[in-house]
Design a protein around this ligand. Structure first.
Ligand code: NAP
Length: 286
């Protein structure tokens, strides 16, 4: 029988540890960590993600303030807000909920965030730090995936890892982190030929392509570890589902994650941990 790696349980454990650390740090620094969130428009997904982050932040004692703008906001107003938050000594982390409306140059906005406050790890400085193995802020979802593997003592070194998806926020950084842990990594994408032949070789298979139940059991090696990053709606049931056909794939795996309750809670947990790290660095003048 397969083992299910529960992101909900792991995140809950880690948040307890974080909460205790924040209580102690609060006594030393006389204020809580603070996260500023910028939300533009009323996309249902974005609103619900921000709500989840607000709830989780409050649970661990992180102050969170959301700046919610209408869809038609100008780039200038957003830029000025980021500059103001960069200068605000009481703000440790800044998060821009993506995607932004099309008329706003997303990259330009992210680039404006002070790297030390970029708790999503999306700023070019933090991206470069990962690739150069310098100290920086790691992106939350890949960091959460590695934490899930580590929580079960799943060996990464020497393993064949296959990452299906090459986005800047998930696939690419995750592939780099697996490589840094000495896995032999293959990155697949929409133009990959004979995908199944490659995924079948994976000891660790990461699905981050955003296609409901795309990874079927014939694409998975017996005994593999499968991590499902995808968040999709099942076209038939309209329920939340991942990129992996869980019911069938889980019959062959050693370890697998579920959607919901898998990578999602760990992404939020790592965001809180990054905010705490940014807060400590702030006081230690890093
Ligand atoms: P994205 O930017 O759309 O990237 C998707 C990647 O998958 C692209 O590299 C694309 O290839 C590749 N791809 C698409 N169709 C493919 C196919 N048929 N075969 C092989 N590769 C294919 O998506 P993302 O932002 O990385 O997100 C991926 C999924 O993870 C989404 O479902 C998203 O909602 C979810 N997500 C979850 C969390 C979480 O916390 N759980 C966090 C972030 C994202 P090309 O590069 O060739 O186009």
């Amino acid at each position: 029988m397969t083992n299910i790696i529960s992101g909900t349980k792991l995140a809950s454990k880690r948040k307890e540890v974080l909460k205790e650390a924040i209580i102690k740090a609060n006594q030393k620094y006389h204020r809580s960590p603070k996260l500023a969130v910028i939300l533009v428009g009323n996309d249902v997904g974005s609103l619900s993600y921000v709500k989840g982050k607000e709830k989780a932040a409050l649970e661990v004692g992180i102050t969170i303030e959301t700046f919610h703008y209408e869809d038609n906001i100008t780039e200038e107003i957003l830029e000025n807000k980021i500059k103001e938050l960069n200068l605000d000594d009481n703000v440790d982390g800044i998060l821009v909920q993506l995607p932004l409306p099309k008329h706003i140059a997303q990259d330009r906005i992210i680039d404006l965030i002070l790297p030390s406050k970029d708790v999503d790890g999306f700023h070019p400085y933090n991206v470069a730090s990962l690739y150069l193995k310098h100290e920086g802020i790691l992106p939350c979802t890949p960091k959460g995936v590695i934490a899930m593997l580590d929580s079960e003592n799943i060996t990464i070194e020497g393993k064949r890892a296959v990452v299906v998806g090459r986005s800047n926020i998930v696939g690419m950084p995750l592939a780099k982190m697996l490589l840094d842990r000495n896995a032999t990594v293959t990155i697949c994408h929409s133009r990959t030929k004979n995908l199944k032949d490659i995924t079948k070789e994976a000891d660790i298979l990461i699905a981050c392509l955003g296609k409901a139940k795309f990874i079927t059991s014939d694409m998975v090696k017996d005994g593999a570890t499968v991590i499902d990053v995808g968040v999709n709606r099942d076209k038939i049931t309209n329920k939340l589902c991942g990129d992996v056909d869980f019911d069938n794939v889980s019959l062959k795996t050693s370890y697998i994650t579920k959607v919901p309750g898998g990578v999602g809670p760990m992404t939020i947990c790592c965001l809180l941990e990054n905010t705490y790290i940014a807060y400590l660095n702030h006081f230690n003048n890093k």
